[in-house]
Design a protein around this ligand. Structure first.
Ligand code: NOJ
Length: 493
């Protein structure tokens, strides 16, 4: 039976995965023992990951949930943006998306079938506070209560992101969104409330997902919601307000969650890879990492903007107080890194900054998405540079993955070999960095299921399960079988 016929009833008997070289293991049979043996083998051979390494998948609320008008959810800036003409390549929106709001139980079974033990999802602020602030909407929070209970009942640990870009529209209208510190404060209030209500089951919170993209694409280029094209001073102020929102949220979570709750950012840090490994290039890549993340990780982890950042900004520098810098740099428990592509290959140079960023030749390859240049070494250097520069003791890879054309073959299966190739190469570098003792504790593959890819609508599919957006049916791709085998062996396969 081809694996496209995978359905809810077939969990535990993953028909068709055997056709892809996967063993078919009835639930509760030898699976547990066989994965223990595999894990032990993984730990022994050179492609193995540390014992207890946390394997997971990631998604976000607006990209998968749908149900945008259900149970009292208020509108978000992404609802407004997608319903503005000319914003999304295929003119689609997240109104229904993958309908996860109604199918979350099925989706938890997809995670379980992979053998993942962790799941990173995001909470839609406008479900919890439809107006951004004020009276909470209990029905909105209840969805996450149901999801958490389902995850835990299936042995999957929830990792919750508090902001994955779906700002309540009311805050955009009232204060200009992140152009105002009022939004930073409202974010802290919402975060504290959620931490208090869900903190009995959520032990790990991420504050803001990819500050740099939401600042640049949302407020500079107008390509993401809220679609602003601010002048440089405005962009720099938004960046500061977002960092402040992160810091205030860390404090609010600490004040309201149970003791032992861990919190940190999930950032797409600008990844700087030495063009080739010489001591000078390695050092240059470290310096570039610090400078090119100055408004994000650097200020969060050092409590100051670098001199070069402020000099470069000149009269456009953000307004800030020493106290705000202290808030922004409130100590975090871990750093989450979204790693997709090397942003820069770095060469040591005898110039002002001490490095040159090599331009990419036009022949440099890319995956289906033109921005996604494969450079697996980013998976080594991103966490390694962050750990080295700031002495970070705990890192999660909060996203990694790629889109693919994902067309079913004549036999109905989706042989996403480019995704398997991409993942295998990145995981090889992840294995290397963990083997060298860099404290990466877990990996969340983006994404569990195909979903709404922002400005690219449904034209870029990142899931390892295919979603038919007519029927919402989920079907594992070859990469799902690959990931399942990787997890079972705790090693690159
Ligand atoms: C990072 C973002 O966090 C996520 O929302 C997006 O879908 C992926 N990158 C792929 O572009």
């Amino acid at each position: 039976m081809p694996f496209r016929t995978f359905s809810r009833r077939q969990f535990g008997r993953i028909a068709g995965w055997s056709a892809l070289g996967m063993s078919v293991l009835p639930a509760g049979s030898g699976l547990a023992q066989s994965s223990r043996e595999n894990a032990a083998a993984g730990a022994r051979n050179s492609s193995g990951f540390p014992k207890g390494f946390l394997w997971g998948t990631a998604t976000s609320s607006y990209q998968i949930e749908g149900a945008v008008k259900e149970d009292g959810r208020g509108p978000s800036i992404w609802d407004s943006f997608t319903h503005t003409s000319g914003t999304i390549s295929d003119k689609s929106n997240g109104d229904i998306a993958a309908d996860h709001y109604h199918r979350y139980k099925e989706d938890v079974q997809l995670m379980k079938a992979l053998g993942t033990r962790a799941y990173r999802f995001s909470i839609a602020w406008p479900r919890v506070f439809p107006d951004g602030v004020g009276t909470p909407n209990p029905k909105g929070l209840d969805f996450y209560n149901r999801l958490l209970d389902e995850l835990l009942a299936n042995g999957i640990e929830p990792f919750a992101t508090l902001y994955h870009w779906d700002l309540p529209q009311a805050l955009q209208d009232r204060h200009g969104g992140w152009t105002s510190r009022e939004t930073s404060k409202a974010f802290a209030d919402y975060s504290g409330y959620v931490a208090q209500r869900l903190g009995d089951r959520v032990k790990h919170f991420f504050t803001i997902n990819e500050c740099s993209r939401m600042v640049q694409l949302g407020h500079g280029l107008g390509a993401d919601a809220p679609g602003l094209k601010l002048p440089q001073a405005g962009i720099n102020q938004v960046r500061h307000n977002v960092a402040l929102g992160h810091g205030l949220a860390v404090q609010a979570i600490r004040a309201h969650a149970r003791a032992g709750t861990r919190v940190g950012p999930a950032e797409n840090a600008v990844s700087c890879v030495p063009a080739f490994e010489t001591p000078a290039n390695v050092r240059a890549a470290e310096m570039a990492t610090r400078e090119l993340n100055a408004g994000y990780l650097t200020v969060m982890l050092e409590g100051k903007y670098t001199d070069a950042y402020l000099t470069h900004a000149g009269k456009d520098a953000p307004q800030f107080t020493p106290d705000e810098l202290r808030v922004i740099s409130t100590p975090v428990d871990f750093v989450g890194l979204n790693v997709y592509t090397p942003d820069h290959y770095v060469i040591a140079a005898d110039n002002g900054p001490g490095y040159t960023l090599a331009p990419f030749p036009s022949s440099f390859p890319h995956m289906k998405a033109s921005w996604l240049r494969p450079g697996p070494e980013a998976m080594y250097w991103s966490p390694r540079n962050v750990a080295k520069l700031w002495n970070v003791k705990s890192i999660y890879i909060t996203e990694n993955g790629t889109s693919s054309t994902d067309k079913p073959a004549p036999d109905g299966n989706i042989y996403d070999l480019d995704r398997v190739m991409y993942l295998r190469n990145y995981l090889t570098q992840l294995q290397r960095v963990t083997a060298e003792g860099v404290p990466v504790q877990g990996y969340f593959l983006w994404s569990l299921i195909d979903n709404f890819e922002w400005g690219d609508g449904y034209e870029q599919r990142f899931g390892i399960y295919h979603v038919d957006f007519e029927t919402r049916r989920r079907t594992p791709k070859l990469s799902a079988a690959f990931y399942r085998e990787t997890i079972a062996k705790n090693a690159v396969v």
